[in-house]
Write a protein that binds this ligand. Sequence first.
Ligand code: BG6
Length: 475
Amino acid sequence: MREKDTTSPTVMVIFGITGDLSRKKLLPALFDLEAAGLLPGKLRIIGFSRREWSSIEFISYVRGVLAARERQYHGELVEKFLKKFVYCQGLFADAHAYRRLGELIISIEKGAFKQCANKLYYLAVPPHFYEGIFRELALSGLTIPCGGDEGWARILVEKPFGNDVKTAKKLDELLGLLFKEEQIFRIDHYLAKEALQNLLAFRFSNALFEPVWNYKHIDKVFITLSETDTVGTRGEFYDSVGALKDVGQNHLLQMLGLIAMEPPKDVSGYAIRKERVQVLRALHGGVNPLAQYVMRGQYEGYKNEKGVDLKSTTETFFSVKAFVRNRRFRGVPFILTSGKALGEAKTEIVVCFKPPHHCSCRAKQIRCMHENTLTFRIQPNEGIDLRFWIKKPGFSNDLEEKHLSFSYAGSAEATRLPDAYERLLADALAGDQMLFTSTEEVQAAWRFIMPILKAWQNEPLVVYKKGTKGPVFEK
Ligand code: BG6
C-alpha cells in the first residue's frame, strides 16, 4: 500500500502553514520523510494561510523553518524539497480563497502531474476554524476523489476534536457530509510515538506477561505526562481548554487504552481501534467518583501568561483516577496525572504488580512491600524497565532492588526514532488508520471526561510552584 502510494501524484494542502504546529512538527516531519524517500515522487504541498505573502516570501519562510532545526538541512535535498511548495493566501472561511485553491490544484494536475491527483487536507489550525473549513471544502467540491481507484481524498484533523460529546458529534456530522469514515484521520500524535506503538508489540508478543495482565496480579497503573514547559505562546488557546481536555481526554486515555485493551483479532487498524474503544467505553470513576475530582492545580504565575484571563480558573495540572469496567481490570485504579511547568519532563506508564503473598521478608514485616513494576518510558530515554528484587549479597537476608532495562538509545541497532508526525503523515498517505482515533473513541473519551469537568466546577484550584511535582493537597 505504502509503496503504491509513494508513486501516485499527491497534493497536500496544509491549512495553517504558518502556525506553531506546522513550524515545529509538520515541515520538519515532511522533510525527514522526503529524506527517507517516503513521500510520493510527484508531490505538491500547498501552504494555505491568511498572510499576504508572495511565493518567494513563502518559500523563504519554509527554508528558514528547516534551517532553524537542530539537524542542519543544507544543499540539494532542501532545494529539491522546496520546489514542492506552493502558497495559497486566503481566509479559512472565505469561498473565494477555496476557488483559488481549486484553480491551483487543477493547474498542478494539468501541468506538472498530467493526471488527477490524490488530495490530503491537513487542518493545522485552532479548532474554532474547523467548521468554516469543513463547510467551504464541502461547497468547493475539492474533496471529491478523482473516481475509480485513482485519486483519493483524505483529511487529517488535529485534536481537540470537539469540546464535549455534543460538539464532537456535530463536527462529525459536518465531516460526514464530505468524507466517509475511512477518509477521516483524527490525530492523537501520542498513538504514533514509537515507544507507545511498541507497547502493543511488547504486550502481545511476550507470552510471559499475558497470564499476569489482570486484576489478580496488577495492583495499580500510573500514567503520567509531566512537562517542564509552561503554556508559552499558547496561553489564549490553553486557557479555553485546560490540562484535562488538552492532554487527558486524548493522550492519557489513549495510553490507558493500549495498556488495558484485549488482544486484537489481527494487526489491522479496524481490529485495534475496535479493542481500544472497548476500553474507553468501559471507563468509570470508581465507587467513590468524587474522590477523583479533587486533584487539580494551576502553576504560580499562570494568570500572567500572555492570552490568559487574569481571573482564570483553568487547570494546568490534574490527577484523575479511572477504572475499567471489564473482567480483566475490574477494581484496578489507573491514575492519570499531567501538568505543565513541573520539575521533570517525562511521559511514562508504570504497571505496579501486587506484592507476593509469601516472600523472603523479615518475619516482623506485616506485609511484604516488594512490588515488581514494569515501566514503559514513552519519553525521554524511550525504553522499558522491569524492577525486581534479589537477596542482597552478603550475610544478611535483606532484599535489594534491581532492574532489567531496555533503552532504544542504548540498543546495538539504535536508529533514529521517527517523530510521531512522520509516522502519521506516512500512514495517512498510505491510508492506514491504525494510529488515528475513530469517532467512537473520541466520543467515549469525552463521555468519561465531561462528568469530571462538571464536578470540578465547585472544587478549589490548588496553586503550585513551578519546577515542583505539582500541587500539594491537604488531606
Ligand atoms: C499536545 C498538547 O497535544 O501535546 C500540548 O496540546 C502538549 O499542550 C503536547 O505539550 C505534548 O506532546 P509531546 O509530544 O511534546 O509530549
